[in-house]
Design a protein around this ligand. Structure first.
Ligand code: ZN
Length: 490
């Protein structure tokens, strides 16, 4: 990328709310059911039916709006957005247009634990999802046909529209990561991009340095429905390169919608972009305006969990490193585990280390998560206490953890079953050390003549003889004493 252009990115994120029923009818919202089994006259758009607003969806949307620092409007309304598409039986979507639920929020961009920038959230509105087309074939262009599944039609969505404040693919990644973090603590959506419960469209334009017009007038390309944060980043990177090359050749950027191809990492043209006036919005006549009273807004405000910045502060105060903070923060189960464990054990760094190294390795290998970990926080704490009191070496503790994971037993039971315990008896260790020294006079000489590495060999021999159970720092100390005595005798 050259410095003749500035990259301007705005993101539109759709999040499916995990209500039991759809936004305007009582059909189930469950994912993965047989096609067209979760439908009724309302979500099929039959004539003469009336929508009824789902209150839980309003609760969830309001929570999201507040957690994203938006102003929640006590008065908003629903509008019809008209367009024809086979997955939209009514030929209009009920959405919110000029008076959305909430506006003027922000999402922090966090680097190394610090807020380096805030990305504006222009608006959040409630709307219903469309159905889903299943194309027979690779993608729309070469499909042999398409099947319509209306189970998703009418599932509640919030659309979160950012201001065009994002300046790079990396910032887009950080914005989406933080947005997902914030929403995950509200427990209002599954947030699974691969299943489509969180979807992102990225608007990308390049602003020439000498451009003086408004951002709205810049030719904008929208990359539609990308299925992971990583792919949003890749799509933007590709699109920035593509547009820069076109401009460098003196060509014009065409305002259009493009898809993203995961395999090649490229975007491809889909259709020219509709303008808002093509949708012929008008107020939804079958629904009253959405009026939220002060008591409702106060109740929601009182129910919000701690913010992601508050959680970061708490982890930071306990001495957790920025990189590890982000890993724990991104997983609500990990945060709950960490809080539980550190409430029982003072050394938060040890807890963090064991969680993010050995326990994570086991969780990943078995497809588990902290929320479903077979090793509970108290069992991990018990294991750490066995290291502290000298019963186990660090190495032995790793072995014990493996067994705890498989058997779901607490540490002391596993230690007993494996017949493990660290040898901390001075006399027992001294005996093995003397034996080892006597067997390796040459190595002892090497050590005495300055080869520090020779000591490591002797330590290794002692550990082998004791099946790894001698306490390592004691072995080291005793070895040095015995060798000293040996040298004085010689
Ligand atoms: Zn229905």
């Amino acid at each position: 990328m050259n410095s003749n252009f500035e990259v301007i990115i705005g993101l539109e994120v759709h999040v499916e709310l995990k209500t039991q029923s759809k936004l305007f009818c009582s059909c189930s919202t469950e994912f993965g059911a047989e096609p067209n089994t979760h439908t009724c006259p309302i979500c099929l758009g039959m004539p003469g039916v009336l929508p009824v607003l789902n209150q839980q969806a309003v609760v969830y949307a309001t929570k999201a709006a507040m957690a994203l620092q938006c102003t929640v409007h006590p008065y908003s309304k629903f509008d019809r957005k008209q367009y024809f598409y086979p997955d939209l039986p009514k030929a209009y979507q009920i959405s919110q247009y000029d008076q959305p639920l909430a506006e003027h929020g922000s999402v922090p961009i966090v680097e190394n634990g610090e807020v380096v920038k805030k990305i504006g959230v222009r608006r959040i509105h409630l709307e219903e999802d469309a159905g889903k087309l299943n194309h027979i074939g690779q993608r729309l262009g070469d499909a042999k046909g398409s099947l319509v599944d209306l189970n998703r039609a009418g599932v509640p969505l919030i659309e979160i529209v950012s201001e065009p404040d994002i300046r790079s693919a990396e910032e887009a990644r950080l914005y989406l990561t933080e947005l997902r973090n914030i929403l995950s603590y509200l427990d209002i959506s599954d947030l699974r991009m691969e299943e489509g419960s969180m979807r992102c469209d990225a608007n990308v334009s390049l602003r020439p340095k000498d451009y003086t017009g408004s951002l709205e007038d810049l030719p904008r390309v929208e990359i539609k429905n990308v299925n992971s944060i990583r792919n949003v980043q890749r799509g933007i990177e590709y699109e920035v390169e593509r547009q820069a090359e076109l401009l460098a050749r003196g060509e014009r950027i065409v305002k259009e919608t493009r898809g993203f191809d995961d395999q090649s990492g490229r975007t491809y043209s889909q259709r020219s972009k509709e303008e808002a006036n093509d949708y012929r919005y008008f107020p939804e006549p079958d629904l009253p305006p959405l009026v939220l009273d002060e008591a409702f807004i106060q109740t929601i405000a009182g129910s919000l969990p701690p913010s992601t910045m508050t959680i970061r502060e708490e982890l930071k105060a306990a001495g957790v490193q920025p990189k590890d903070i982000e890993i724990i923060l991104a997983d609500q189960g990990a945060w709950a585990f960490w809080q539980d464990a550190t409430s029982q054990y003072a050394d938060a760094r040890q807890i963090t280390n064991w969680m993010l190294s050995d326990l994570s390795r086991l969780l990943n290998a078995h497809g588990d998560s902290f929320a479903t970990s077979p090793v509970s926080p108290s069992n991990l704490v018990e294991l750490l206490k066995l290291i502290d009191d000298g019963t186990l070496s660090g190495r032995m503790a790793k072995e014990v953890l493996d067994h705890m994971y498989q058997t779901k037993q607490p540490a002391h039971i596993v230690v007993k079953d494996l017949g493990l315990s660290q040898i901390t008896d001075q006399n027992a260790i001294t005996q093995v050390v003397e034996e080892t020294v006597a067997q390796h006079p040459q190595v002892v000489q090497d050590y005495l003549s300055g080869k520090e590495k020779a000591l490591g060999f002797l330590v290794g021999q002692v550990m082998k003889k004791t099946k790894g159970q001698a306490k390592p720092d004691m072995v080291n100390a005793i070895l040095k004493e015995v060798i000293q005595a040996y040298a004085e005798k010689a």
